[in-house]
Write a protein that binds this ligand. Structure first.
Ligand SMILES: [Zn+2]
Length: 212
């Protein structure tokens, strides 16, 4: 089982991947009976598009049983939107994640202090998965200590993959053209295990889908 925790690939309409949707894409998908598992959130790059009305739509979609997680959402120092505003939008999504009891899939670029501060102060009960993690092992250790899970894609720091406990390690394609199987194989090689031993799909099913 090679579960893809985060992809933007529209051909991934099945139960082996969580397809991340923009608000515009979600509007289309949730008005149809398209099969699949989806996450929806306000990406920090498009924070300027945020409105109370679109947040209301996000809230509405969360009750659809194809809705698995909120995201990708988070903080990015390269976004045109000021960090204060990004934090405000992110916090609304954190509150929603706690309310609906579904995890967050987080995009974080250059804002790890802010992210880990929030994790400490808010002490959320839902899982925070930092997707596309490319940080060094020191940062990985800090994020893991704070209780986050890490998801690795095509590009990653090998030592960070090694320090991540298997039960908090996820695998994703994101925007990569590589098949998910290949990314599993590369990560397994780094850890010196069999790709099947990563069991990311099973972890996900047990944790998030069993009571869906
Ligand atoms: Zn992504």
């Amino acid at each position: 089982m090679f579960f893809d925790i985060h992809t933007h690939n529209p051909s991934q309409l099945g139960f082996k991947a969580i397809r991340s949707l923009s608000i515009e894409e979600a509007e289309k998908i949730f008005s149809t009976s398209a099969l699949g598992l989806f996450s929806v959130g306000f990406h920090p790059w498009y924070a300027s598009k945020f409105s109370i009305e679109s947040f209301g739509n996000l809230e509405k979609w969360t009750s659809d049983n194809r809705f698995i997680a909120i995201g990708e959402c988070g903080l990015d120092k390269n976004s045109d939107t000021p960090i204060e505003q990004q934090l405000e939008i992110f916090k609304m999504q954190i509150t929603l994640s706690e309310k609906i009891e579904k995890p967050l899939i987080i995009h974080c670029v250059g804002c790890f202090n802010e992210l880990l501060d929030l994790k400490k102060t808010l002490n959320p009960s839902q899982l925070w998965i930092i997707h596309g993690f490319r940080g060094k092992p020191g940062l990985a250790t800090q994020a893991l200590k704070a209780g986050c899970a890490l998801s690795f894609g095509e590009y990653f720091n090998s030592e960070s993959v090694r320090v991540t406990p298997i039960e908090r390690l996820y695998v994703e394609t994101d925007e990569s053209e590589l098949p998910i199987e290949q990314i599993y194989r590369t990560i397994a090689e780094v850890r010196g295990c069999n790709p099947n031993d990563l069991y990311a799909g099973e972890k996900f099913y047990n944790r998030f889908l069993s009571n869906n």
